[in-house]
Write a protein that binds this ligand. Structure first.
Ligand code: ADP
Ligand code: MG
Length: 449
């Protein structure tokens, strides 16, 4: 789960908790207020009814009191509303409730009050409420209040959610910037720096540390490169002398040599060649990384370069009994590339295919248009590359363990890294596939001219 999602969820959780707490407190207070309001209202009715009856006893005219009682009875919540004299005789009309000395029937909430009758004795007013109706009214009022509260709560939640998303974005953006920068550095871009984002103090400190760390890394890398570059360069001069010497001896320039000497000289020359290639590869990687390769990008025919490269391997292929062919369409756009670098890519890929394909195998070099790119493919019937190594073979020095014993010649593990640097430099992409049927398919694309 991302930091952003987690943050939003925590804020929403806290808001829900707060709303649940405030909501239940509000509910209980509201219920208390409703009960008090109901009680006060009923007591007011009772007091008023007592006053009306008292007035009637003074004037002797009971008609207003009777109409007031029947008005009260019209209220659906009221079961009975009666006025009795001291002997229990009803004074306010027909259909009275229970006798004055009888208790209130079940389900009735009764209130009563005495008042003075003209003549000294005391009368009594009784009002019986239907308890269920009273409760239903209170519940309906409460439900209305709860509904209003829920509406306010859902608006608050919605705004809270939007605010949380915005705050989370502001908080996580600097962290995402640092993660993106770390990825760039991981991919080898040691020149990348995180720009000043004006973020929180801690994030700023982290940004400064990160930049300082990358600066140190770049510095170490520069030192390493210049050391290796001058070191390998210095190795090349004496090595070319040694090679020339062995070649002359092998050619018999210093006198006749016997078969045993020839064999030893041949294997020495091969070892010197391998060392030379190794140094060459290392120098190329260094130059490609530091941009030290002067490139001359122009529109050129990729088929032509593929042909030259394949032809340079024709003899070797014949010796190894491997069938090396080309399969190129007649119509193919030109590509934008540097001729020397492109030749190097083909050389590396064809030499790899030849190096791993056993006798009787096949290598096909193909080309095809792919939208605004041209896609080249070098396909062989060798041992293939395991799925877990398909990406890693493009890293410097990475070699497939199980293929080592199958190689005709041990390599440096730099060839594909060089190819990837070149192809990327030219604006293309390179990748490997392991077809189910076996063998290896190596693809790369270049922008069409
Ligand atoms: N055509 C291929 N068939 C099988 N394995 C290959 C092929 N091309 C490359 N590989 C594997 O990828 C590794 C890296 O290739 P590369 O960078 O050219 O280094 P090198 O050829 O010097 O070993 C090789 O060592 C080999 O294990
Ligand atoms: Mg190679």
């Amino acid at each position: 789960m991302t930091l952003r999602t987690r943050f939003v969820l925590v804020i929403l959780g806290l808001m829900l908790l707060a709303q649940a707490m405030f909501g239940s407190a509000y509910y209980f207070l509201q219920k208390k207020a409703e009960l008090a309001e109901n009680y006060n209202r009923s007591m007011r009715s009772l007091r008023f009814a007592a006053a009306v009856c008292h007035e009637a006893s003074l004037t002797g005219d009971w008609n207003p009191a009777k109409s007031h009682a029947s008005l009260l009875r019209e209220d659906l919540r009221i079961r009975y509303a009666d006025c009795f004299d001291g002997n229990g005789a009803p004074l306010t009309g027909e259909a009275p409730g229970p006798a004055p000395d009888a208790p209130a029937p079940a389900g009735v909430w009764e209130i009563s009050r005495s008042f003075g009758l003209n003549g000294g004795e005391a009368g009594r007013v009784r009002i019986g409420f239907d308890a269920a109706a009273v409760d239903a009214e209170i519940d309906a009022n409460l439900a209305r209040a709860v509904w209003d509260m829920a509406r306010v709560a859902s608006f608050t939640l919605l705004f809270g959610f939007l605010a949380a998303v915005m705050v989370a974005r502001t908080l996580t953006r600097p962290i995402e910037a640092i993660a993106a920068a770390a990825k760039k550095v991981e991919e080898g871009d040691l020149g990348h720096r995180i720009p000043d984002g004006g973020g929180a103090e801690e994030v700023e400190a982290l940004r400064r540390r990160f930049n300082a760390m990358t600066e140190r890394l770049a510095e170490t890398d520069r030192m390493k490169q210049s050391f290796v570059q001058s070191f390998t360069h210095d190795l090349k001069n004496p090595l070319s002398g040694i090679k020339a010497c062995i070649a002359s001896m092998h050619a018999g320039s210093f006198g006749e040599i016997n078969d045993k000497q020839r064999r030893y000289l041949e294997s020495s020359l091969e070892a010197a060649e391998r060392l030379w290639d190794y140094i060459d590869d290392i120098l190329s990687v260094m130059k490609l990384q530091t941009g030290g390769f002067p490139t001359r990008v122009e529109a050129l025919d990729g088929r032509e370069i593929a042909r030259e490269s394949a032809e340079s391997f024709a003899l070797k292929a014949k010796q190894c009994l491997v069938d090396l062919t080309r399969d190129m369409p007649d119509e193919l756009p030109q590509v934008r590339a540097d001729a020397q670098l492109l030749r190097r890519v083909f050389d590396n890929l064809i030499s790899n295919a030849l190096n791993f394909t056993p006798r009787g195998g096949k290598i096909v070099v193909r080309a095809e248009r792919e939208r605004e790119f041209v896609r080249f493919e070098i396909r062989d019937t060798g041992p293939g590359i395991p799925a877990k190594d398909l990406e890693r073979v493009f890293e410097s020095f990475h070699q497939v363990e199980k293929n080592k014993s199958k190689a005709r010649r041990s390599g440096t593990g730099l060839g594909l890294a060089i190819c990837r640097s070149i192809v990327r430099e030219l604006g293309g992409r390179i990748w490997a596939q392991a077809p189910r049927a076996g063998g290896t398919r190596l693809f790369f694309t270049l922008p069409a001219a």
